[in-house]
Write a protein that binds this ligand. Structure first.
Ligand code: HEM
Length: 405
């Protein structure tokens, strides 16, 4: 039996306590996710986070956002050129666009080569979608075994078509660096290279394949499910507040609006934890060893104790008052397992030295859409999914008033 927690403070206390471990992988998705960072605890978890830290440092984030993301956006818009409707208007589905732009960024983070052309992006995009269904099988209304079989096939697809070759290239580079043929600065900063540098002689191919696929899922799927909700809240608010719509031209306001929308529509419905021992006095609750706990993010993120009586209303001014910490609620988790990709998704504070801003791929994508006059197509409205308990769109078609040259 799962105990559900729904107040912000009790969930935050559980997520910050070392008496609980993440428990998603203990269930049906185990074969896919076993050993990945989200399943680890204590020292092992700290070690993995340390190994992966360089992936989310400012210089790496600048590269993903200003190089990889921009070029993948260009590829996606080129591809969309060919997808005009009967009236000749460019049509883009926002779920598709988000995946097309995020998948190459994830490939750069993991170190998967060759994801720089339409066909490869579409292939990895398809793998990521199938893996995502497996990783979130707990919320699926479909037959769980069937979902997992499809996800395991996607894992093989990733292995054969992307992982093996990328790993071999990096093994070769790390060998050349170890023997002094190349400098450290010639090595790429990506997950596979960092892992090879640390564990070259006893490298576990399948473990790092699972870590890689977790990154693919954690990155592209969460962002893809979140983006239509974020866009939807923002355009609804703009229509209701035409006198304030100019604010959306400001980067900082878009960032606040994205935080506020993520608070209301985090793509992860609940964080699962298991008690490691008998514990009491966690925000007034007591737990027995092996108790399963569902930390329900929807109720926590609208908890009136934190967000006031209007907690369920989208108000992009709210983050100005709240400050960054609670602005997006617990949508990126909290405590030891807080999302490592958060700065990639929603950016870093402005640099003190005036260097390039890292505002995050989600605010950047939303700003791109707004500046191109993206709006809903009244003849082809979004549809939602009914094969999952999570709040997800099946399609979100957009038309554009200003199409890029
Ligand atoms: C809107 C976008 C995203 C949302 C809402 C999100 C949400 C989350 C949440 C809720 C967790 C914690 C799970 C738990 O404690 O049980 C998490 C963990 C994680 N996320 Fe994200 N995520 C997003 C984007 C990304 C991106 C872009 C990446 C990587 C490129 C990423 C990588 C990770 C990793 C590696 C973890 C595991 C951290 C650990 O266990 O220590 N995420 N994410």
């Amino acid at each position: 039996m799962m105990r559900k927690l729904d107040s912000y403070r009790s969930i935050e206390s559980v997520l910050h306590s070392s008496d609980f471990q993440p428990a998603l992988h203990i269930r049906d998705s185990r074969p896919l996710l076993d050993g990945c960072v989200l399943t680890l605890t204590g020292q092992e978890h700290r070690e993995r986070r340390r190994l992966e830290r360089p992936l989310f440092e400012r210089s790496a984030l600048e590269f993903y956002e200003h190089q990889t993301f921009k070029s993948s956006l260009q590829i996606a818009f080129q591809q969309a050129e060919a997808q005009r409707d009967e009236a000749g208007r460019p049509q883009v589905d926002l779920l598709w666009l988000t995946r097309m732009t995020l998948v190459p960024v994830t490939a750069a983070v993991v170190g998967l080569d060759g994801v720089d052309n339409e066909a490869a992006v579409i292939h990895l995009e398809d793998i990521s979608r199938r893996l995502g269904e497996g990783a979130s099988v707990e919320w699926s209304n479909r037959n769980h075994q069937e979902v997992m079989e499809e996800a395991m096939e996607a894992k093989d697809d990733l292995l054969v078509n992307f992982y093996n070759l990328s790993l071999e290239r990096r093994r070769d580079l790390v060998t050349r660096w170890k023997s002094g043929d190349i400098e450290e600065r010639d090595l790429p900063t990506d997950l596979l290279t960092l892992a090879l540098r640390e564990y070259f002689d006893d490298f576990d191919d399948d473990l790092w394949l699972r870590e890689s696929l977790f990154f693919v899922v954690a990155s592209a799927n969460t962002t893809t499910h979140a983006t239509p909700h974020v866009f939807n809240e923002i355009i609804k608010w703009r229509d209701e507040h035409p006198e304030e719509s100019h604010l959306l031209e400001q980067e900082v306001f878009v960032r606040h609006a994205v935080d506020e929308a993520l608070r209301l529509h985090g793509p992860v419905p609940a964080l699962l934890r298991r008690a490691l021992k008998n514990t009491d006095a966690i925000a007034g609750h007591s737990f027995l060893a092996d108790d399963d706990i569902g930390c329900m993010l929807g109720p926590a993120n609208t908890d009136q104790e934190i967000y006031g009586a209007q907690s369920a209303i989208f108000d992009p001014h709210r983050p100005e008052v709240l400050g960054r910490r609670a602005a997006h609620g617990l949508s990126f988790g909290s405590g030891a397992h807080i999302c490592s990709g958060r700065p990639l998704a929603i950016g870093l504070p402005s640099p003190r030295d005036g260097g390039p801003e890292v505002i995050g791929v989600l605010p950047r994508l939303i700003s791109e859409l707004l500046s191109r006059g993206a709006r809903l197509d009244p003849e082809n409205l979004p549809t939602t999914r009914n094969d999952t308990k999570a709040e997800r769109y099946a399609s979100y078609p957009l038309i554009f008033e200003t199409w890029p040259k």
